[in-house]
Design a protein around this ligand. Structure first.
Ligand code: PLP
Ligand code: ZN
Length: 415
């Protein structure tokens, strides 16, 4: 890899050769991939990117840690739409707002960015089997991306994972182990099994290549904004790999001179499970919490990427805000009604946090903001129906329809 120098432990600074099956440092710390920005600068410019016709995350190859000869995996991941959201901006009282909808990825979440990278690196490692533990989306995403590439998967999920994600797993032909326990316990079991059977490890907190895949969300946001840097980017946080990846992508672009400043990150967690945001608020270290939220994808009591995530928020002079499940569901409906975007609870948690900060007057009215929707609402329809209610149900009759309108609208002229 001409563009990669090595991997470096974020805790102790120890340097490792960037082999395809890298895991943690011997000190337990997470590794970070270090690039040769001097070289990348000479080959990746606004102009070279503008001429590219690869509309996927792999358009940023020079900033991705793969061999030049490694083919992009089959599913088309990334280059998700960045929608201007003027009506939502108006509701929130800010000047400029964009919604990045990562729910449109092949398996309907941002996790596809990490899974596409996992498949590429597993192929480089010559692996036939990939394994991971996941609250649900990393699992279904790995299963889909691996199936397309002809790789076998072993997946560990907590038994609370919503049905939509389980349906994806079973359809993609994964070997699924549903663990009767928390995500924390699921993770520990997967770790032991991976050690015992030697599968390729797609646990984002252990495999340092995965946040390099996730960083492409940040690269895309900047290119889609014409390299005009927003003031804030709001995103939901569980293990912390996503927000750390986002930050890495932004810093990469800054390092090679494609952007001239960096935005502030807004880390949003659920009130019932916010160990990282507590650490940010206190300025100290994090402590485990219960996993008490309906936003299942970010119900992570023991965050596995804490070091990188905390560093990202602190370095960006970022903000941390927690939201209730009620606020999350209200944001889901608001995004649906103002943008036509349907996000899963964890997918809209970033927007819920942004809304709260706007209401508190923390975000200035002249700010330009990006809100990332990290997963599709079709993954968990039960919570959406419970919050928004059931539709009007009537027999096939105009008379009954007229009655139903009259009963529902109480003279307001709408149903
Ligand atoms: C995984 C996930 C997140 C959070 O990512 P982390 O790396 O765990 O912080 C947010 N939203 C959705 C939909 C996810 O699947
Ligand atoms: Zn170390």
């Amino acid at each position: 890899m001409k563009n990669v120098k090595h991997a470096k432990c974020v805790k102790c600074g120890k340097i490792y050769k960037a082999v395809p099956d890298l895991t943690n440092c011997s000190c337990g710390g997470i590794l970070d991939i270090v690039y040769d920005y001097g070289y990348i600068k000479t080959v990746l410019t606004w102009e070279t990117l503008a001429a590219r016709r690869d509309y996927s995350m792999w358009r940023y190859r020079e900033l991705l840690p793969v061999e030049e000869t490694t083919a992009a995996p089959p599913l088309r991941v990334g280059w998700s739409p960045l929608y201007p959201a003027p009506r939502l901006a108006e509701t929130l009282g800010i000047r400029k707002l964009f919604v990045k909808d990562d729910g449109v990825n092949p398996t309907a979440s941002l996790k596809d960015r990490a899974s596409s990278m996992a498949v590429a690196k597993a192929r480089e490692a010559g692996a036939k089997v990939i394994a991971c533990s996941s609250t649900g989306n990393a699992a279904s995403s790995l299963a889909g991306n691996a199936a397309a590439a002809g790789l076998e998967t072993y997946i560990f999920i907590p038994s609370r994972a919503p049905k939509g994600k389980v349906a994806q797993l079973m359809t993609f032909g994964a070997t699924v182990i549903s663990v009767q326990g928390s995500y924390e316990e699921t993770f520990e079991l997967s770790k032991a099994a991976i050690e015992k059977w030697g599968w390729y490890n797609r646990n984002a907190a252990i495999n340092p290549y995965l946040s390099e895949g996730k960083k492409t969300v940040g690269l895309e946001i900047m290119e889609q904004l014409g390299w005009e840097v927003p003031d804030y980017i709001a995103i939901s946080v569980g293990d912390g790999c996503t927000i750390a990846g986002l930050w890495k992508g932004l810093k990469d672009l800054y390092a090679i001179g494609l952007i001239d400043r960096l935005p502030r990150l807004i880390s949003v967690q659920a009130e019932g499970c916010c160990p990282l945001n507590r650490a940010i608020a206190s300025g100290g270290d994090w402590a485990p919490m219960e996993e008490n939220t309906l936003a299942d994808s970010i119900a992570v009591g023991v965050p596995r990427n804490a070091d990188k995530a905390l560093m990202a928020v602190r370095e960006s002079n970022g903000l941390a805000v927690n939201v209730s499940d009620q606020e999350i569901m209200a944001a889901q409906k608001l995004l649906g009604q103002t943008c036509g975007v349907f996000g899963e609870p964890a997918g809209v948690t970033g927007t819920a946090g942004l809304k709260k900060l706007c209401e508190q007057g923390v975000i200035p009215a002249d700010a330009a903001v990006v809100s990332v929707v990290t997963g599709s609402g079709l993954k968990d329809v039960a919570n959406a129906i419970a919050f928004c209610g059931e539709p009007v149900s009537i027999p096939n009759s105009m008379a009954r329809l007229t009655e139903a309108f009259a009963a529902r609208n109480a003279g307001q002229g709408k149903i």
